[in-house]
Write a protein that binds this ligand. Structure first.
Ligand code: S3P
Length: 166
């Protein structure tokens, strides 16, 4: 399993699709799986049930996908904060796509589907998360000023070009 982690706007979905195509693996995104299963948007789950409920759901889905067939799996930006998810990531290739706060905000713009963008404390949240991203990562890949295909090639080179073993 190859797992992509990092803050919103790091390029997890874009790079993940490219990587999956190159490796001949399915691409999965925890936010999409959550939305498909619940038939609700992440924004609605956050707004109606609250962030803690979303985090538990996110953990359940992530742990299940990690235990499933090989894939390239993009996690939501806050997923690695959950201790159970940190544990479940053990033994997998975990690629941290590094992005600066200003660049991440430029990339996501004002996306109404991302409820965390409305948090006035977002920049501090970004900084507080960095240690968790580093702790979970088996590879750290800088994304600033680099096109997605170059980032994909960088990851492939680090992985030896072969699908990861679980
Ligand atoms: C979140 C990031 C989002 C999504 C949710 C919460 C976060 O995923 O899981 O809106 O806490 O950073 P992306 O990182 O894919 O945007």
């Amino acid at each position: 399993m190859i797992v992509l982690i990092g803050f919103m706007g790091a390029g997890k979905t874009t790079v993940g699709h490219l990587l999956a195509e190159q490796l001949g693996l399915p691409f999965m995104d925890t936010d999409l799986v959550i939305e498909q299963r619940t038939r609700r948007s992440v924004r609605d789950i956050f707004g109606t049930d609250g962030e803690p409920a979303f985090r538990e759901l996110e953990h359940t889905v992530t742990a299940e996908l990690l235990a499933g067939p090989d894939a390239v799996l993009a996690l939501g930006g806050g997923a690695v904060l959950h201790p159970g998810t940190q544990h479940a990531l053990g033994g997998h290739h975990v690629v941290y796509l590094e992005v600066g706060f200003a660049e991440s905000m430029r990339r996501v713009g004002g996306d109404a589907g991302r409820p965390m963008l409305r948090d006035p404390d977002l920049e501090n949240i970004f900084h507080r998360r960095l240690a968790s991203y580093h702790a979970a990562a088996t590879q750290v890949v800088a994304t600033g000023g680099r096109p997605p295909d170059a980032i994909c090639l960088d990851i492939l080179a680090r992985l030896g070009g072969a699908p990861a073993e679980r």
